[in-house]
Write a protein that binds this ligand. Structure first.
Ligand code: BTN
Length: 327
């Protein structure tokens, strides 16, 4: 009911809608309508109420609900159902709990994570209302091996969405996006699979959107940043989120239907922070110097070691570090 009232107000942005009209429409008393308007106001909607005129929406809060992003969403299934939390431990953990029952494309989004997870057991700082902390449930009909490059698909989608908003980023193979050389986006892909079929994939995306310098812990300052810090202005999280979901679906459909990786891999290659650089390949705690040559059609990184040997490395088995620090 609350959502339907909000929809009518949003569809009539500059007009007053009378309490009478709303109560007729929803077959409810005018005080019943007022109860819902009050709830919306408590959520941060600025709704003007004028006697004899009715209600008019003045502004919407900066929250990442479906109602707030759907006007810019062009997808058929990605992000069409959103579980929205003000605060949660980890969106990836919540998405994994519900993944068996939910349809593909369902999202878990939180304004804050109290136990955000990064790769390799690290934690992920997720302050309230300042980022996009989300997890997407996917159920591709692919063999588990063929799904390995899905993190790169997500990275390409985020890169393209940022580009649509005039923000330049580079993709650090396989799961980070850098802006001005520092990490602003991290992706954590988790999968439940049997030998030859995937039960589900949860792609967790963390984007430092409007974090200030003081939100970034001292020990990460040299390597981490936010979009706001680099662009010198606050960025519209709703616009960025709907853009990411649109770009994701555009790449995901050909990937699952035709196993086509060409488009997203070319985005990753053309905007790579890794290709052509000297890297350290950390495998089984052993560190080896190499040069990153390319990303192959499976999404693996092609590297050449100092002894001349060329190898394709798979994202799950290595950690890539730049020769002189992060990139
Ligand atoms: C990394 O760079 O190590 C990956 C970071 C992934 C962070 C995101 S935030 C949303 C989702 N929920 C989590 O707990 N982690 C991912």
């Amino acid at each position: 009911m609350k959502k339907s009232i909000l929809k009518i107000l949003k569809n009539n942005k500059d007009k007053f809608i009378s309490g009478e009209k709303l109560s007729e429409e929803f077959d409810m008393t005018r005080s019943g309508i007022w109860k819902y308007i009050k709830m919306l106001k408590e959520e941060g909607y600025d709704i003007e109420s004028v006697p004899n005129k009715g209600y008019r929406i003045v502004s919407s809060p900066d929250i990442l609900t479906l109602e707030e992003i759907e006007e810019n969403l062009n997808t058929s299934f990605i992000g069409r159902k959103i579980y929205y939390y003000d605060s949660i431990n980890s969106t990836n953990d919540r998405a994994k709990e519900m993944a068996f029952e939910e349809n593909e494309g369902t999202l878990v989004i939180a304004e804050e994570q109290t136990k955000g997870k990064g790769r390799l057991g690290r934690s992920w700082i997720s302050p309230k209302g300042k980022g996009i902390w989300m997890s997407m449930i996917l159920k591709p009909e692919l063999g588990p091996i063929n799904a390995g490059s899905i993190t790169l698909l997500a990275a390409a989608a985020v890169h393209s969405a940022l580009k649509n908003l005039d923000i330049n980023s580079e993709i650090k193979w396989p799961n980070d996006l850098l802006i001005e050389g520092k990490k602003a986006v991290g992706i954590l892909t988790e999968m439940s699979a049997e030998l030859n079929r995937i039960n589900y994939i949860v792609i967790g995306i963390g984007i430092n959107v409007n974090l200030n310098e003081e939100d970034i812990p001292e020990d990460l300052k040299a390597r981490a940043t936010s979009i706001k810090i680099t662009q010198n202005k606050k960025v519209d999280r709703k616009k960025l989120l709907s853009n990411i979901l649109n770009e994701f679906e555009k790449l995901y459909i050909p990937f699952v239907r035709e196993e086509s990786t060409a488009h997203f891999l070319s985005i990753c290659r053309e905007n790579s922070a890794t290709i052509g650089r000297k890297v350290k390949i950390i495998k089984n705690k052993e560190e080896k110097g190499a040069k990153a040559l390319d990303i192959n059609e499976k999404g693996e990184l092609v590297v050449q070691y100092e002894d001349g040997k060329i190898e394709n490395v798979f994202s799950g088995e290595v950690s890539v570090r730049g020769n002189k620090g992060y990139i």
